[in-house]
Design a protein. Structure first.
Length: 214
């Protein structure tokens, strides 16, 4: 059975780059890795609805924290079989965002912390009712919200057709989200966490230490 490794962090933290570096380091160490990013844009009707709500509105759907969180959760529920099959086939299944994203962003939108009703609801919905597999470890790629915002800005400017979405444009939301992430990691919410400093480059040696997972 493979290990389920999740990368979490703010928009613009550099999760994609970290995922690529980790995948390479695992391959170099002889491990097989499958990767999956949530939301599964272009691959799930729920993810496509999320994209439209974040970029184009859709009445007041985007304003509904619980409604949006339900769409993210349904996108993951539809992927349960895919994740379980990948865990049987590979040493590592690496996920770019997972259940904790829903907790952190939703709680931040509602001005709640990690002990609030919303985070409890996400866990009950996604883990208890939808039966999503619990991660082996969650990696918090931690950067200052201002740094993440700058990177998201640059990405929006350079990637054609990729305007900042509603969440990325809200600096205060990102700052609150960073605080909820810190709490989730400090309290080992759902599973153990490792906190990585996204402000420093991760060299191979450091990555190998990260690879020493439970
Ligand atoms: C996966 C997930 C993402 N989100 C938020 C975080 C991001 O701000 C936003 C989009 O996800 P993101 O992975 O950042 O997509 P993109 O690379 O296209 O920007 O959705 C949730 O609120 N809940 C979730 O479960």
């Amino acid at each position: 059975m493979g290990r389920l490794v999740v990368i979490e962090g703010l928009d613009g933290a550099g999760k994609r780059t970290l995922a690529e570096a980790l995948t390479k380091a695992w391959h170099d160490a002889g491990a097989s890795v499958a990767t999956l990013a949530f939301p599964r844009y272009g691959r799930s009707v729920h993810a496509d609805l999320i994209h439209e709500a974040l970029h184009r509105g859709h009445g007041d759907l985007g304003d509904s924290v619980y409604g949006m969180a339900m769409l993210y959760a349904l996108d993951r529920r539809d992927a349960v079989e895919e994740i379980e099959a990948a865990l049987k086939l590979h040493d590592v299944v690496l996920l770019d965002r997972y259940v904790a994203s829903n907790s952190a962003y939703g709680a931040a939108r509602l001005h709640q912390d990690a002990h609030g009703e919303f985070v409890r609801w996400v866990r009950e919905l996604e883990i208890d009712r939808f039966g999503l597999p619990v991660p082996t470890v969650q990696l918090l790629f931690r950067v200052a919200p201002e740094v993440a915002a700058e990177r998201a800005e640059r990405r929006a400017a350079t990637e054609e057709g990729r305007a900042k979405d509603a969440f990325e444009s809200d600096d205060e939301l990102q700052a609150r989200c960073a605080r909820v992430y810190d709490q989730l990691a400090a309290e080992a919410w759902l599973s153990p966490w490792r906190v990585l400093d996204g402000g420093t480059t991760h060299d191979a040696a450091e990555l190998v230490r990260v690879l020493d997972l439970p």
